[in-house]
Design a protein around this ligand. Structure first.
Ligand SMILES: *Cc1c(COP(=O)(O)O)cnc(C)c1O
Length: 293
């Protein structure tokens, strides 16, 4: 895919302290596949195609952008796809699940307790035993290969930035941005700021650290936990109103699960004077609009 657009926006709340605000439009990378999910899947799927993989298994919730992106990829690549879903939506499938069904995905609804084991070695061993030919990809696609694809976001950047902001859920995107910025001379003094979209102080940092190479600079990043709005996919009137106003001002669509929290945080941090005068800020729009249907 061609590099995504890098575009300056000027909402009224950014018009202070000579701040320049740029958005990297990964939401526009592909009409079906959500931006950061493609970045994370690319270097897992290319070797899978090479190895003639016939079956892929992964995990997610009923609105998962990751399962949606992977389901679409498997459908177009003619690879069997099994989606293990947290909770039973069989009586009331979401638009995401209806898409998966239309792409001939095998859907397995599991209870929360089973789902909790999704990363445990014993459970994965059992799954692999049951499906010996399958490639198992973790929830959110956040595995080591994912970082390489995310680093390509940094390599594409036309300008130099002081801050790069992105939402954080399973950590792969932030880890890739951190590693990419560490390697890239142009972004050498850049701080990578994650906005936690779920209650995960300490936990999210650990997820990111587990993915980073040991020699990665650890002083160029942090995660802010003040904008999760009560937890994953939790929202309120203020946030949905903000998403609406943001669209009115910029003609860029955002949703309350990921990008809404990111831009809300950005607005609030600018208003509170968090960023020094003349900061050049890049916000990564990770896509995700399918999940908001
Ligand atoms: C999955 C997702 C994220 C979070 O990325 P992680 O790598 O899981 O931290 C952010 N934005 C969107 C739109 C997503 O679908």
């Amino acid at each position: 895919m061609a590099p995504s657009v890098e575009t300056i926006i000027q909402p009224d709340w950014a018009a202070q302290q000579e701040i320049t605000l740029t958005v990297k439009r990964d939401d526009l990378l592909h009409p079906v596949i959500s931006g950061n999910k493609w970045r994370k899947l690319k270097h897992a799927l290319l070797p899978a195609i090479e190895a003639n993989t016939k079956h892929i298994i992964s995990f997610g919730g009923g609105f998962s952008n990751h399962l949606h992106a992977l389901g679409y990829c498997c459908h177009t690549l003619n690879i069997r796809f099994t989606a293990i879903i947290r909770g039973d939506y069989s009586q009331n499938p979401s638009p995401m699940l209806l898409d998966l069904i239309s792409w001939n995905t095998d859907i397995l609804y599991v209870d929360r307790k089973t789902y909790q084991q999704r990363a445990e070695p014993n459970y994965l061993k059992l799954l692999q035993h049951q499906y010996p030919d399958a490639l198992v990809i973790p929830e959110g696609g956040s595995q080591l290969q994912a970082l390489q694809g995310v680093e390509e976001i940094i390599q594409e950047l036309q300008s130099q930035y002081d801050y790069i902001l992105a939402p954080v859920a399973s950590g792969g995107t932030l880890a890739g941005l951190i590693q990419g910025a560490t390697k890239d001379l142009k972004q050498h003094n850049c701080q990578v700021l994650g906005i936690g979209v779920l209650k995960g102080e300490g936990y999210l940092e650990q997820l990111v650290k587990d993915l980073l190479r040991n020699d990665t600079d650890t002083n160029n990043w942090q995660i802010n936990h003040n904008y999760h709005f009560g937890g994953y996919a939790k929202s309120n009137y203020e946030l949905t109103q903000f998403c609406h106003d943001f669209y009115q001002q910029t003609e860029i669509e955002i949703e309350p699960v990921y990008s809404g929290k990111l831009f809300f945080a950005l607005q609030d941090l600018i208003n509170k004077g968090f960023f020094p005068k003349k900061s050049r800020i890049l916000a990564l729009h990770t896509g995700g609009l399918q999940g908001a249907r």
